[in-house]
Design a protein around this ligand. Structure first.
Ligand code: NAD
Ligand code: TYD
Length: 350
């Protein structure tokens, strides 16, 4: 029996990874450590909350003593580290939360793993989940490969880049067995509606403006969250220690084209006339330092480990819309008063 720590398991990607591991590996004990910030929601995990091989622990990865005690108690065989502050716009308003959780929190976990794995690092793995945003911004051509030089440009991406460097430093300096993956933008069920896709679904449903930053010409490479979770499962088991794997959907969309596609799908689902939701599109002041384009070359993961994305974007987006429409209570609960206040603050400060 292996004991695996998943951090950030109540968040968007973390909850899909946690459910996958708990259901597929009854011989693993899965401990989900999450602080339950605004982005963490135990309602994402109701499917598995009663499973015998699952345990939830509420706690903060920034709390050094708490983290060490947890590692001493459970003697984890593996760590899948997803806990993070993850929203670029929030990082522009308040970088310090990102520095603390994404950098200091990661160092605390590495230090705790270093202590318990000191005498027996064999068959242990510290898997750090990162983002393609560490590579910076592409022009119209080219892709990010594992060799692309880091060039982060937002407090969020700089904090993730910093944590990636520290994870690699612990591999080289202390021989901690690590693996890293850098993934493109995810979409799917359970994503907090501050990110582009669920925000637009929620606003279209409620006939509210769809804020498109700048001219809507920035490009993102979208991957279905279950395909990311499948890649994480594969890399956790088969990834080579010390290596990095890029994960991406080979699925580039200009923001405005994506919002138009969402409007089209939602018109159909809500029985609205063609062009009706599109009237909600509102161009707003651009994000400061807005990266123009992300696009991932995932050929290393495809060739070496045999992963490939399973869903076409149009199909995945339709499934996602269906999930949000069928889970109205979830959506209402996460878009409570505190969330509205955050939004007022964001637009006041621009
Ligand atoms: P999320 O914001 O939905 O969830 C983050 C989770 O971490 C939440 O449950 C939150 O409560 C928890 N958390 C935050 N601070 C914590 C702390 N100090 N201690 C313990 N728990 C804490 O994020 P997500 O979108 O699911 O992203 C998960 C990971 O994947 C992050 O590391 C992110 O950088 C990375 N990533 C995300 C994307 C994406 O498109 N969402 C793409 C590539 C990589
Ligand atoms: P987001 O979902 O925040 O992910 P990231 O910034 O990590 O890529 O944003 C995706 C793209 O959509 C990004 O180019 C910013 C843009 N965007 C908007 O135009 N309007 C919005 O309300 C949001 C949240 C994002």
């Amino acid at each position: 029996m292996k004991t695996i720590l998943i951090t950030g398991g109540a968040g968007f990607i973390g909850s899909h990874v946690t459910k996958r591991f708990v259901k597929k590996y009854p011989d693993y004990k899965i401990v989900n450590l999450d602080k339950l910030t605004y982005a963490g929601n135990l309602a994402n995990l109701t499917d598995i909350e009663k499973n015998e091989n699952y345990e939830f622990v509420r706690g903060d990865i920034v709390d050094v003593d708490f983290v060490q005690e947890l590692f001493n108690k459970y003697r984890f065989d593996g760590v899948i580290h997803l806990a993070a502050e993850s929203h670029v716009d929030r990082s522009i308003l308040n970088p310090m939360d990102f520095i603390m959780t994404n950098i200091v929190g990661t160092v605390n976990l590495l230090n705790a793993a270093k202590i318990i794995w000191k005498d027996n690092p064999e068959n242990k793995i510290f898997y750090h989940i990162s983002t393609d945003e560490v590579y910076g911004s592409l022009g119209k051509e080219g892709f990010f490969t594992e060799e692309t030089a880091y060039d982060p440009r937002s407090p969020y991406s700089a904090s993730k880049a910093s944590s990636d460097h520290i994870v690699r430093a612990y591999f080289h300096t202390y021989k901690i067995p690590v693996v890293i993956s850098n993934c493109s933008n995810n979409y799917g069920a359970n994503q907090f509606p501050e990110k582009l896709i669920p925000l637009c679904i929620n606003n279209i449903k409620n006939n509210k403006p769809l804020p498109v930053y700048g001219k809507g010409e920035n490009v993102r490479d979208w991957l279905w969250v279950e395909d990311h979770a499948a890649a994480i499962e594969l890399i956790f088991h088969k990834g080579k220690v010390g290596e990095t794997y890029n994960i991406g959907g080979n699925n580039e969309w200009k923001n405005i084209d994506l919002v138009l596609l969402l409007c089209k799908i939602m018109n159909k689902k809500l029985g609205r006339k063609e062009g009706e939701s599109e009237k909600l599109i509102t161009y707003v002041t651009d994000r400061a330092g807005h990266d123009l384009r992300y696009a991932i070359d995932s050929s290393k993961l495809q060739k070496n480990l045999g992963w490939k994305p399973s869903l076409q974007f149009e199909e995945g987006l339709e499934k996602t819309v269906d999930w949000y429409l069928e889970n109205e209570t979830w959506l209402i609960n996460v878009t409570s008063g505190a969330y509205q206040k955050y939004y007022e603050n964001l637009y006041d400060k621009r």
